[in-house]
Each structure stands twice: as C-alpha cells, then as structure tokens.
Design a protein around this ligand. Structure first.
Ligand SMILES: NC(=O)c1ccc[n+]([C@@H]2O[C@H](COP(=O)([O-])OP(=O)(O)OC[C@H]3O[C@@H](n4cnc5c(N)ncnc54)[C@H](OP(=O)(O)O)[C@@H]3O)[C@@H](O)[C@H]2O)c1
Length: 245
C-alpha cells in the first residue's frame, strides 16, 4: 500500500470536486478529503447516494459539502462550464478535482463490442473527463496549489483480452493526463493519475464475481495516495501514474 500519513487539517480551506462520490472509491475519497478539512463537492449520478455521503460528512462534523447530481452519460461541455461557475459563485475557488467516476461497460471479445457500449464507455470515461478538465483548468490555475487527479486502471497501460472499451478509455485517460501535465509543467496546477488496484467496490464485483473478496483491499485502505496527491506535500509531483497499492 502507498505509504503516507496525512497531517490533520492538511486540506483546510481547499475546495475539492469528487466525481462518482456516492459509492466505492469516490465515496471514501470524499469522506477522507472532508475529514482532513476540505469542502467537498460531491458529483454523482444517484441523488440518494450523494445525500447519504452528505449526511455522513455533516454528522461527523466536517465542513458542509455541496451536491451536484449529474449523469455524465448525457452531460455536455456546457453543463460542466455551468457547474464550475456555480461552484466558484458559492465556494470561490477550486483547488482539487478527483475525476473518479467511470463505468466498466461489458467484458466481451473485441469483435463483439457493441456500438452502444463503446459509445457509453467513451462518453463517461473519456469525453466527460476531457470536458470536465477543460471546464475546471481555468479556475484551478487561479489556485496557488491545485491538484487534478485522473483515475486509471491496471488495464490503462497494459491491454487485456475482453476489457476493450474500458481498457482503451483508460489508456486515453493516461494520455490526456500526460498532455495536460506537460502543458502546465511549472505552473501551480499539477496533474496526475491514480491506479487504485483491486479494490472492493461494485465495479470490482461485476468484473470479478467469483473472486475471494476477503483478499481485496477496502476503498479506505487505498486512501493514503488519494490524500497525498491532494495535499500540498505532492506539489512537485506532475505527470505521474501512481499505484495506490
Ligand atoms: N474497484 C477497483 O478495483 C478499481 C480498479 C482499477 C480502477 N478503478 C477505477 O476507480 C474508479 C472508481 O471505481 P469504483 O470501483 O469505486 O466504481 P463504482 O463502485 O462502480 O463507483 C463508480 C462511481 O461512479 C459513478 N458513476 C458511474 N456512472 C456515472 C455517470 N454516468 N454519471 C455520474 N456518475 C457516474 C457511480 O455513481 P452511481 O453509483 O450513482 O451510479 C459511482 O459513484 C473508476 O474510475 C474505476 O475505473 C477501480
């Protein structure tokens, strides 16, 4: 596991957007960012899940979060621009964004990938990430220390049979991360990608229904890297693909 001990309040006064914040790894990251002092903006598809995370954060006495229910499958570039304007209008700045939401699509032989699955996976896992990044960067570069984190996978730099659309979308995500990181090298914005590794979530259960779940990391276990890349301790880290495990 990535080794990092976050200092209490290391994210104080930071506003951090987390996509896919209602479940799995995104939920754990949102709770941890709030625990270490950030005001978290919870973006996700299912309102009830976001409300549960909101309640958990408030009940724990952490800074009150904001909720943005949005289906990234149907959202346009304008939705993300409007979202950033709304966040800046209410919370003034955006210092971090964890682009975590993704879909698996279907595990299937390459010749049998359906056009619809290909389009859905590319829309959520790639196009939406690009539109989000475009909307976020002008505001994030105004922060004196901003961290943009993409989410990749073990199949994001090594292809694997039957993982077609998902794997290819993650390769492209890593490419996008490298392009943006190179453009902003030397600026106050750093851009990196996390490979979470096998983690006990509903996506993992769908991909590996028969595996022994007691051998898989909990989302909470992989949080040190998520905290490190969001804290100012990682100010000098840019353009990297980092393994949480
Ligand atoms: N778990 C692993 O072992 C593993 C390994 C490698 C990489 N990853 C990556 O880690 C990230 C998190 O995965 P996870 O395992 O936590 O997945 P998960 O449990 O399936 O959670 C995915 C999150 O994304 C949200 N989401 C999905 N489609 C969306 C849409 N159209 N619009 C808005 N939000 C949407 C979901 O919201 P709803 O619940 O409301 O649908 C959910 O909150 C993903 O990028 C995944 O590729 C995970």
């Amino acid at each position: 596991m990535f080794d990092y001990q976050a200092q209490p309040n290391c994210l104080q006064n930071k506003t951090i957007l987390v996509t896919g914040a209602g479940a799995g790894i995104g939920r754990a990251a949102a709770l941890n960012y709030a625990k270490f002092g950030a005001t978290v903006v919870l973006l996700g598809k299912t309102v009830e899940k976001l409300e549960q995370v909101y309640d958990e954060i408030v009940n724990l006495g952490y800074p009150e979060p904001a909720i943005i229910p949005l289906d990234m499958k149907g959202a346009t570039a304008q939705h993300y621009k409007d979202m950033v304007s709304t966040i800046v209008g209410q919370l003034k700045h955006i210092d971090g964004a964890l682009l975590n939401a993704s879909i698996l699509g279907e595990l299937t032989p390459f010749t049998q990938i359906s056009a619809q699955i290909w389009q859905d996976v590319m829309q959520v896992n790639l196009n939406a990430q690009m539109q989000l990044a475009q909307a976020l960067i002008p505001t994030m570069t105004q922060s004196n220390s901003a961290s943009l984190i993409f989410t990749t996978s073990g199949v994001g730099n090594q292809g694997r049979a039957f993982w077609g659309p998902y794997s290819i979308s993650k390769f492209a995500t890593e490419g996008m991360m490298q392009v943006i990181a190179d453009e902003y090298e030397g600026s106050s914005l750093r851009v990196n990608a996390i490979n979470p590794g096998a983690t006990k979530t509903s996506m993992r259960a769908t991909a590996f229904p028969a595996e022994d779940k007691s051998l898989i990391a909990e989302a909470e276990d992989i949080m040190p890297l998520y905290l490190y890349l969001m804290s100012d301790d990682s100010k000098a880290v840019n353009g990297q693909r980092l393994n949480a495990q």
